[in-house]
Design a protein around this ligand. Structure first.
Ligand code: NAI
Length: 459
């Protein structure tokens, strides 16, 4: 039998592409080697980290209830039980994808794939024939030279979502998305958490002003930041770990003691072992598979999407890539607008963004206006005690929204309105004239748009 499409990788990019291709009438198989569908996102990334963020948020909230007149005894945390809940959520969701495959007639081929030639995918000893191949192999943590990750004391995100007790002192290397989300999980549960960041700011790529608001709020919640520092090496001692850290641009070293270290300095594409070199598939110097506007690689009939191609490494971006790719394969018109891909950091407060930052607009010399609204002046945020942060919108001279950035509770939900507005080319005036329910945090979005027009009501 010859398949129409074999997808390599069962993460959000791959499994969604496989299901969509089946919906479009293709005979599809998906190859997955990890023993469960869902990829990094479901198994060891987005979903387990959100489960732990939720558990730890509930625990942390217990110590803030006295202002509500609620007294609780001293709370305790059973880490293995918390991990059990997380594992059940992950297990249920990954099994759900297997069910969706059955329902849509997608064949699951278990094992690790190689591509001996265009039109062939080899798994174990078996070679499967296919008209098209879609590589959706995702990404993995970038290692730091000279640092060995043992997942016991020196952790990647995979180890940091599977600890069996709360560490006394967790040092996080990298103030990016993973470091801050997982750093906050363990800080809420009682660990001392120190975040070491190479740059002089946290959350690279996020609007600088919003990142500063986030840093202030996260510091208030117990995270300690040491910026402008780079980890050099880690020594195991009888009492724990000794980290030597360089002050960037200064001839100065510091020693920090910790019992666990999380290395979260970025992710890199997974393309090794597929046989890309022998096939002649072009890969960039940073290891990303090069693709054209239809996601085709330099070899006809072989396509690639998601984290292993250039662009933001985000599950929802991979899904969009995958759907667009197979729709084009089926002869439909499809397009992914990378300017409107939102990004969310699920810390408390959440940080959410879409489009261009103020720094990018300045660098490009683009004319723009700014509208801002602080949650402190939003009545719903006041009533829930979630007053940290603000909404910031950036608009061009014609009023169209060029970028929107939120630091605040539920920012990850609030950004959807601004993503839709940008996708539809709406202006700040159009968003501002949309009726928003009261009292709601979404009113801060409306007020930020009004502010861009110079007429915020509650500012
Ligand atoms: P990141 O790129 O977000 O942040 C890494 C940080 O490490 C940067 O701030 C960088 O300056 C710093 N760094 C690099 N080398 C260093 C050194 N030697 N010493 C100190 N600091 C150093 O990477 P992260 O957090 O690992 O996330 C990887 C990817 O996973 C990202 O692309 C992210 O989009 C994705 N992701 C998305 C999530 C979400 O959407 N909520 C959740 C988790 C991951």
């Amino acid at each position: 039998m010859t398949y129409d499409l074999i997808v390599i990788g069962g993460g959000p990019g791959g499994y969604v592409a496989a299901i969509r291709a089946a919906q479009l009438g293709m005979k599809v198989a998906c190859v997955e080697g990890r023993g469960a569908l869902g990829g990094t996102c479901l198994n060891v990334g987005c979903i387990p980290s959100k489960a732990l963020l939720n558990s730890s948020a509930k625990f942390a909230e217990l110590s803030h209830l006295s202002s509500h007149g609620i007294a609780v005894g001293e709370a305790s945390i059973d880490v293995p039980a918390m991990m059990g809940r997380k594992d059940k959520i992950v297990g249920d969701l990954t099994k759900g994808i297997a069910f969706l495959f059955q329902k849509n007639g997608v064949d699951l081929i278990e094992g690790w794939a190689t591509i001996p030639a265009a039109g062939q995918v080899k798994v174990g000893d078996e070679v499967h024939e296919t008209k098209n191949i879609l590589i959706a192999t995702g990404s993995e943590p970038t290692p730091l030279p000279g640092i060995e990750i043992d997942e016991q004391n020196v952790l990647s995100s995979t180890g940091a979502i599977a600890l069996d007790s709360v560490p006394d002192h967790l040092v996080v290397i990298g103030a990016g998305v993973i470091g801050l989300e997982l750093g906050q999980v363990w800080a809420r549960l009682g660990a001392k958490v120190t975040v070491i960041e190479y740059l002089d700011r946290i959350m690279p790529g996020i609007d600088g002003e919003i990142a500063k608001l986030a840093q202030r709020a996260l510091s208030k919640r117990g995270l300690k930041f040491q910026l402008g520092r780079a980890l050099k090496f880690i020594e195991e001692t009888t009492t724990g770990l000794k980290l030597t850290v360089d002050r960037v641009g200064k001839d100065k070293k510091e020693v920090i003691e910790a019992d666990k270290v999380l290395i979260a300095v970025g992710r890199r594409p997974v393309t090794r072992g597929l046989g890309l070199e022998d096939l002649g598939i072009a890969v960039s110097p940073r290891g990303f598979i090069e693709v054209d506007g239809t996601f085709q690689t330099s070899v006809p009939g072989v396509y690639a999407i998601g984290d292993c191609v250039p662009g933001p490494m985000l599950a929802h971006k991979a899904e969009e890539d995958g759907v667009a790719c197979v729709e084009m394969l089926a002869g439909e018109t499809a397009h992914v607008d990378y300017n409107t891909v939102p990004g969310v950091v699920y810390t408390d407060p959440e940080v959410a963004s879409v489009g261009l930052t103020e720094e990018a607009l300045k660098d490009a010399g683009t004319e723009y206006s700014v509208g801002k609204f602080a949650f402190m002046a939003n009545s719903r945020a006041r009533s829930t005690g979630e007053t940290d942060g603000a909404v910031k919108v950036l608009a061009g001279p014609n009023g169209k929204i060029l970028g929107a950035h939120i630091c605040g509770a539920h920012g990850g939900d609030l950004i959807a309105e601004l993503v839709l507005a940008m996708t539809k080319g709406a202006t700040v005036s159009e968003v501002a004239s949309t009726c928003h329910a009261h009292p709601a945090k979404g009113e801060a979005v409306k007020e930020a748009c009004l502010d861009a027009l110079g007429r915020a009501i509650h500012a």
